[in-house]
Design a protein around this ligand. Structure first.
Ligand SMILES: NC(=O)c1ccc[n+]([C@@H]2O[C@H](COP(=O)([O-])OP(=O)(O)OC[C@H]3O[C@@H](n4cnc5c(N)ncnc54)[C@H](O)[C@@H]3O)[C@@H](O)[C@H]2O)c1
Ligand SMILES: [Zn+2]
Length: 366
């Protein structure tokens, strides 16, 4: 079965198709979007070595769609001006025209840079996301944020640019390293914590099954996650307020990522996992959420193998002052006010910039 989540944004509306084995239908799903039967596939070297690229090509061939492939290096460093230039030049070399279509086959890195290049080339070429990581399937492929990194920080050069279609084939996750899968799972849990307590409770029962490869559980989790993100993006596409809810755990998480150099010590979803545990701890200390809820969040994240404390980060210990300085640096642009996503309980998060730094310091130190 294929599940469909619609993202309703007027003339920029699109569907997210979710299913196991869906890649085989990609050609037929994409064909109606084409003016001429030609596409450019953008992927990274790791994904290009997996059977997924071949499967996509076969599916395009079955729909008589011609394709060229641009392969970028794998990893966060690819979200750079240098690689963006290389990608744009490569697509121009292929004589990609307006009305043509770019397919981003990969994780959030490929989705972000290919989505940005598509928005820039000839002032806008359509693109389709075929996310291959759990993080990309539940988060980055939906919502239209695209960006590369700059010297001053992550994701600072980008566009809001919605895809024409998202095809999430949960079978592609079979080749994903366990650590990447778990990191993406943190974002799945996030949707339960933000606004869907029953989904969190479902994850308590089914989360491990999903991580172990259960097909139905994967499709369900991706569907619920995409639907939650779609509703938030529909309400606030350009993040004037509500969309910030998606940053639950990210104020702490980003600071921890920055403090560890955005590298192998701590990958994004792991930072988010610790950040969500801290956000609930802070919420409990402020008397907003119950202790039970805060402990329940930590217990579930721990039970699947995600980190929930700063102590678990390998390498030199991180001190509170360093983390706070990264938090405040991150938000300087926003008038010096730190935005936090706190919760009145599991499934009841809200955005606030009214948190005493003293309390934040206490939580980090504890
Ligand atoms: N645009 C948004 O709204 C948004 C939201 C969240 C995150 N992001 C961005 O997404 C990026 C992180 O995404 P990610 O975690 O997908 O990282 P990623 O794209 O780097 O993928 C992680 C690793 O897994 C490999 N990989 C991808 N698919 C695979 C598969 N099926 N099997 C085996 N290996 C596979 C990749 O080559 C890479 O080495 C960050 O740059 C972040 O800023 C964007
Ligand atoms: Zn995230």
């Amino acid at each position: 079965v294929t599940e469909t989540v619609s993202v309703a944004l007027g003339d920029r509306s699109y569907d997210v198709k979710i299913g196991s084995g869906l890649l085989a239908q990609a050609g037929h799903l994409i064909a109606p979007l084409l003016r001429r039967k030609r596409v450019a596939i953008v992927t990274d070297l790791t994904v290009a070595m997996l059977p997924h690229l071949e499967a996509l090509r076969a599916s395009l061939e079955a729909a008589s769609i011609e394709y060229n492939t641009v392969v970028l290096p794998a990893g966060e460093a690819t979200k750079s001006f240098a690689e963006l230039e290389r990608l744009c030049d490569a697509l121009l070399e292929l004589e990609v025209e307006r009305g043509d279509l770019v397919i981003a086959l990969g994780g959030g890195v490929i989705g972000d840079i290919a989505g940005l290049a598509s928005g820039l080339l000839k002032r806008g070429i359509d693109f389709v996301q075929i996310p291959t990581t759990l993080l990309a399937q539940v988060d980055s492929s939906v919502g239209g944020k695209t960006a590369i990194n700059a010297k001053a920080g992550k994701n600072l050069v980008g566009l809001f640019n919605q895809p024409r279609l998202v095809i999430a084939d949960t079978n592609l996750l079979d080749t994903l390293p366990k650590r990447e899968l778990l990191a993406g799972y943190a974002e799945v849990v996030k949707y339960g914590l933000i606004g869907d307590r029953p989904f969190f409770e479902w994850l308590e029962v089914n989360g491990q099954k999903l991580l172990d490869g259960d097909k139905d559980a994967r499709v369900r989790a991706v569907q619920v996650s995409c639907a939650a993100k779609a509703r938030i993006v529909e309400a606030d596409e350009r993040e004037t307020n509500l969309r910030a809810l998606l940053n639950l755990g990210h104020t702490f998480g980003h600071a921890l990522e920055a403090a560890t150099g955005y590298g192998d010590r701590l990958i994004h979803g792991e930072g988010v996992s610790i950040g969500m545990a801290l956000a609930f701890e802070l919420s409990a200390r402020l008397g907003l959420a119950t202790r039970q809820d805060s402990e329940r969040v930590t217990r579930h994240l721990k039970s699947v193998g995600l980190p929930t404390t700063i102590r678990e980060i390998k390498g030199l210990p991180l001190d509170t002052a360093t983390i706070i300085s990264h938090m405040t640096h991150d938000k300087k642009a926003k008038g010096g006010k730190l935005t936090f996503i706190l919760a009145r309980g599991i499934g009841d998060a809200f955005v606030t910039s009214d948190v005493a730094m003293e309390k934040v310091r206490d939580v980090l130190t504890a």
